[in-house]
Every structure is written in structure tokens, then in C-alpha cells.
Design a protein around this ligand. Structure first.
Ligand code: NCD
Length: 311
């Protein structure tokens, strides 16, 4: 059993919670590799996917995870819900809640929305990314991918590189890695650095070439062009020259070091095609791990036991 009722941020998760999610995800790998990718674990449970911001991989990953666990799911988007008619979020949630649902999965532009949902329902809430705040299931799939590669997380050196200040991915990955004993270094241009690196408890630098040779994992963040007010960076080409992961920089990495990216990628900006599609890249492994870790998180939050799987 997890120590939390909802999955809103990774700061609230203990090492034991994270290990349960990763181990349960591992157990679901066998299900996902079968011809018939379905177990009855969540039969009869109702899950509402409330996606108030565009999403491809997170949304499809949650939907597939729900189907593979035999849950009944309801998909609601920003433009198809009464939110566009001016209904308040609280009213929308209370209305759906009155239909007796078990879980809300919420993606929102506004940080804090999933937390607000918990105040208007008894159902369990999973944050599928809220503004610049957190994206906890992304962190779980990242940890899963890294642990699969190295067999452990403790002691690994991980650089999280790029648009730190606009990134909910960094905001959830850094604390989760630290809880699991990894060493995190934040790398980004001064305009993208976080005001208080102590908030993450991680050192922060603008010199990627200096730190890259020591790293086991180089985690490139997408430049959040849609979240930028004013020009925080000079140009695409200049950003690529200073902070992009191109072949020259990838060659500075340890031979066994890996590259991750949450997607969607801005190819030619934070990452170049020759690296994104190289043998070091674990980007598609991350996508695959997304379904497994979301199955695990939903299963455990809805009362499943990590050792009770007959998968
Ligand atoms: C991330 C997101 O939306 O937070 N993408 C994702 O969920 N796979 C990262 C991003 O958009 O940069």
C-alpha cells in the first residue's frame, strides 16, 4: 500500500512508495508483452480522464493503462466539457463525483488544479501534469527507465538539462531521484535556472560541457516555448549551440551513459536527431515505461497490493 491517497507530487512519496510503483510496473511488463494485454485488476472501477491541456503521450498512455487493467474510463477534454460554458471546476468535479467515480486523472494548464479536485471529491486523484508544478507519473516512468538500464538508482549521477524554470518534469523528477539516492545536477542558462536551487537541494550550473563527462544519465528537457513570456533565450540555433545535446557533446559522455527526454522533442533545439535516435537514447523506452508505471500507480492507489499480482 502507498503512504499517500492521491498522486499529486513526488515530494510526498517515500522511497518505499516509489519502489512499490516501480516493482509493480515491472510485474505488469509481462502483461504488456502478451498478445492479450489485459488483466481484470481494476474491473468495475471507473476512471475519469480530465485533460484540460493538449497531450498526446500522457493521455494515450493513461487510456491504454486503464484498458489493460479492465477499468471503465470516461474521457473529458477542455473543449467538450461544460468548463467552456463557464462552469466552475468545483461544479464540474462535484457533478461527475455524483455519478460515483473512483478516480480522476487530471492534466491542467493551471498549477494546483489536481489538488483543488481533491477538495471536491472523495475519489482518488492523479496529477497528469499541472502547469509548471509537477508531473509525478512522468517521474515514475523516468525512474523505471533508468533503473531498468542500470539495475539501481542509488549513487547514479543525473544531469537535468535545459528549461528548468518552466518545467514540471524537472520539478517532479529531481525530488524523486533524490529520494532514491541519486545525485542530481541542474544545468541551464541563467534565464532558465530556478531561483532557489535549494528547493530541489541540487547544485546548478550553466556549463554543460563541464559536467557531462561525469554523468550516468543526461536528461534533456523540452524548451517550453508555449510557457515563455518574452524572449528568455537568444535563438534556436544559439540555444542549441550552448545547451543542445548534439553529437559532439554526446561524445563527451561516458560510454555506458544514457540520454532521456520526456517528449515531445524540439529536434535541433535541445536535442539533435543524431543523438535522439542513437543507441544511447532511451526515449522510446520511456514511452513504453509510461504505460507500465501508470498501470502500477492506478492499481496501487485503488487498493491493489504490490505482491498480490498474479500477472
Ligand atoms: C511533458 C509535459 O507535458 O509535461 N510531456 C509529457 O508529458 N510527455 C513534457 C513537455 O511537454 O515538455
Amino acid at each position: 500500500m502507498l503512504s499517500v491517497k492521491h498522486l499529486i507530487d513526488t515530494n510526498s512519496l517515500t522511497a518505499d512508495d516509489i519502489t512499490q510503483i516501480l516493482d509493480t510496473a515491472k510485474a505488469f511488463e509481462a502483461v504488456n508483452n502478451r498478445d492479450i494485454k489485459k488483466v481484470p485488476a481494476l474491473r468495475g472501477r471507473t476512471i475519469v480522464n480530465l485533460f484540460l491541456e493538449p497531450s498526446t503521450r500522457t493521455r494515450s498512455s493513461f487510456e491504454l493503462a486503464e484498458k489493460r487493467l479492465s477499468a471503465d474510463s470516461l474521457n473529458m477534454g477542455g473543449s467538450t466539457s461544460s468548463v467552456v460554458k463557464g462552469e466552475s471546476l468545483a461544479d464540474t468535479i462535484q457533478t461527475i463525483d455524483a455519478m460515483n467515480v473512483d478516480m480522476f486523472v487530471c492534466r491542467a494548464r493551471l498549477a494546483g488544479t489536481p489538488q483543488r479536485i481533491t477538495e471536491n471529491t472523495d475519489a482518488i486523484v492523479i496529477n497528469a501534469g499541472d502547469g509548471k508544478h509537477q508531473h509525478p507519473t512522468q517521474a515514475m516512468l523516468d525512474l523505471y527507465t533508468i533503473r531498468e538500464n542500470f539495475g539501481h538508482l542509488d549513487g547514479l549521477k543525473v544531469a537535468i538539462v535545459g528549461d528548468l524554470s518552466h518545467s514540471r518534469v524537472a520539478g517532479s523528477l529531481a525530488p524523486a531521484l533524490k529520494t532514491m539516492g541519486a545525485e542530481v545536477t541542474l544545468v541551464g542558462p541563467p534565464t532558465f535556472q530556478v531561483d532557489d536551487p535549494e528547493w530541489f537541494g541540487c547544485p546548478q550550473t550553466a556549463d554543460l560541457d563541464e559536467v557531462i563527462p561525469e554523468m550516468d544519465v543526461v536528461y534533456m528537457l523540452r524548451v517550453q516555448l508555449e510557457r515563455m513570456e518574452g524572449a528568455a533565450i537568444p535563438s534556436r540555433r544559439e540555444y542549441n549551440r550552448l545547451f543542445g545535446l548534439d553529437e559532439r557533446r554526446a561524445n563527451l559522455m561516458k560510454p555506458e551513459a544514457i540520454v532521456c527526454h520526456p517528449g515531445p522533442m524540439n529536434r535541433g533545439m535541445e536535442i539533435n536527431t543524431e543523438v535522439a535516435d542513437s543507441a544511447r537514447s532511451r526515449i522510446l523506452n520511456q514511452v513504453n515505461a509510461g504505460v507500465l508505471t501508470r498501470m502500477a500507480a492506478m492499481y496501487l492507489l485503488l487498493g491493489g497490493e504490490s505482491d498480490g499480482l498474479s500477472a
